[in-house]
Design a protein around this ligand. Structure first.
Ligand SMILES: [Fe+2]
Length: 199
């Protein structure tokens, strides 16, 4: 549960300090998620190996750039609401409700399988934040909805690597990053003609 923001000394015209605080609490959680996502994407950029390395390595960096811009937008909205955005590494770790990304050096499809789950988490929570601000602050709602379109596009870039010609995703049954990475590794081994140990 995100820590509730204090009441601001001022907030944007027409919102009460209580609503300003409520919106800032929602946005601080999104700031933690976006900062975490930008760092996680860079970690993947540095740790992918194997076939298709360069295409995945280079696909990730533009996503980092945009996600950092999104974090900046969200943080500045918190400041505009009269509160202090928390952007330190300690604030991310203290405020987040999810575990650290769990895959280090691994092949490209394994990382993409794990990133599928990462994006599912971020987008699901962004959707909820957009819904939770729809009635109380349309400006914040609009900001989050705008970001969702781009995040969902990036999610598709990831998922297109994990999709069969019939349209199913190899990560469909995965509930953890490790499971999704294993599903991805199995896919890449099979496509390379490597015999897969099912144990
Ligand atoms: Fe780089």
């Amino acid at each position: 549960m995100a820590r509730r923001s204090p009441l601001p000394r001022y907030t944007v015209p027409s919102l009460t300090p209580e609503v300003g605080s409520q919106v800032a609490t929602i946005l601080q959680d999104r700031l933690n998620a976006l900062n975490d996502l930008a760092l996680t994407l860079k970690h993947v950029h540095w740790n992918v190996v194997g076939p298709h390395f360069i295409s995945v390595h280079e696909m990730i960096d533009p996503q980092v750039t945009v996600v950092r811009e999104f974090a900046d937008e969200v943080a500045e909205r918190v400041a505009t609401l009269g509160l202090s955005p928390k952007g330190t590494p300690g604030a991310i770790v203290e405020g987040r409700t999810w575990d650290d990304y769990s895959i280090d050096r691994a092949d490209t499809i394994a990382h993409l399988g794990a990133l599928d789950l990462v994006y599912q988490g971020v987008i699901g929570s962004h959707r909820k934040a957009a819904a939770d601000t729809e009635e109380i602050d349309t400006v914040t709602n609009d900001l989050l909805v705008g970001q969702l379109g781009q995040l969902e596009l990036f999610h598709w870039f990831i998922r297109a690597h994990l999709e069969s010609a019939s349209g199913s995703l190899i990560t469909d049954d995965s509930t953890t990053e490790v499971q999704a990475a294993d599903a991805g590794s199995t896919m890449s081994n099979e496509s390379a003609g490597v015999e897969v140990n099912s144990n």
